[in-house]
Design a protein around this ligand. Structure first.
Ligand code: FAD
Length: 293
């Protein structure tokens, strides 16, 4: 199996989350079956995001890596953990033959007790100090992280993070490509040379997307607001408009040299499938063109 880093660019990766509720674990394997047939370059598995479980992340990522032979990334948050707990978690991930970690801080809440790790960069430093040989992915925020006072502060913190040894950055979702290009230019201008993958979430329901953007701080450009206003009364129309918008967004990103597309699939393989089919010929031709250079 080729590692993610040997795959021709631009890459296409998918993000899934462990199912909520006991006895639901098997449902994720139907999702992975369907996603695997789209031959993604990588599948990442979230860790406790938006109230989902942490328990199964490594197990699911291990299945993806070892049974489906698709490179997997296990997301991992560090806030609230001690070094000893983190050692155990990392050893378990390593024992499961998972090669890639998305090293995150995790969201803070009123109950959060800061322990040995304050920022994602502390986790990355720890992984390096303890000599784990994971490839390190980390998050970045084209419209700044919600806690950062200014985009520039956030960028300076991102530079500190990448300086600890990040192999790939995956961006928070965004709907306005110009904001992503500006962020990427600013990152390069302060010496961040880590490849940045664009996180894209297809809009499939007006309510869902409004909830997500209110949590993550992404803005909804007027043309997306208009799509939602016009089509959200009908779930099929909204889904079709969302797939078309995400496809157009991705084609523009590819035309502007993006390293990879990370699709937030929301465990809906039928939508990932439609988008992957729209992109198949384009990705193929770009990989050949970039490979020829
Ligand atoms: P950091 O990089 O540590 O940044 C957090 C904040 O601290 C930022 O405002 C930053 O500017 C600031 N900061 C960083 N370093 C310093 C410093 N040295 N000094 C001062 N300030 C600093 N959450 C989950 O719970 N589970 C998941 O599976 C998950 N998956 C995600 C996947 C992606 C691609 C992304 C982008 C986010 C994901 N998240 C997930 C959400 C993430 O945990 C939150 O956004 C969290 O609030 C920040 O995590 P981080 O790793 O980006 O933090």
């Amino acid at each position: 199996m080729k590692s993610f880093f040997e795959k021709p660019k631009p890459t296409l990766s998918f993000e899934i989350f462990p199912p909520k509720g006991e006895g639901k674990l098997n449902t994720i394997f139907e999702t992975i079956d369907a996603l695997a047939s789209l031959t993604p370059d990588l599948i990442s598995v979230t860790y406790g995001a938006a109230g989902t479980s942490r328990e199964y992340t490594a197990e699911i990522a291990s299945k993806i890596q070892n049974s489906y032979s698709i490179p997997a990334v296990a997301h991992l948050t560090c806030v609230g953990s001690t070094k000893e707990q983190m050692r155990e978690t990392l050893s378990d991930i390593k024992a499961k033959n998972i090669k890639n970690i998305l090293a995150l801080r995790g969201d803070l809440s009123e109950e959060t007790q800061l322990s040995d790790f304050h920022y994602a960069s502390d986790l990355i430093k720890f992984i390096k100090e303890e000599h784990y040989d994971f490839k390190i992915f980390a998050g970045c925020y084209p419209e700044k992280h919600t806690e950062a006072l200014t985009p520039n502060d956030d960028l300076i913190n991102l530079k500190k993070k990448t300086d600890c040894g990040v192999d790939v950055l995956i961006s928070q979702l965004f709907f306005d490509n110009d904001l992503f290009y500006k962020f990427r230019d600013n990152a390069i201008s302060i010496g961040i040379n880590t490849p940045i993958e664009a996180g894209i979430m297809p809009i499939t329901s007006g309510k869902q997307i409004e909830r997500i953007v209110s949590l993550c701080g992404a803005s909804l450009p007027l043309k997306v607001q208009n799509l939602i206003k016009t089509y959200s009364h009908n779930s099929m129309a909204m889904k079709e408009a969302g797939i078309a918008y995400a496809t157009a967004q991705i084609i523009d990103l590819l035309a502007n040299g993006v390293e990879g597309i990370h699709l937030y699939t929301m465990n809906r393989p039928e939508i990932a499938k439609r988008i992957a089919e729209n992109l198949r010929g384009i990705l193929y031709s770009l990989r050949i063109k970039r490979g020829e250079k």
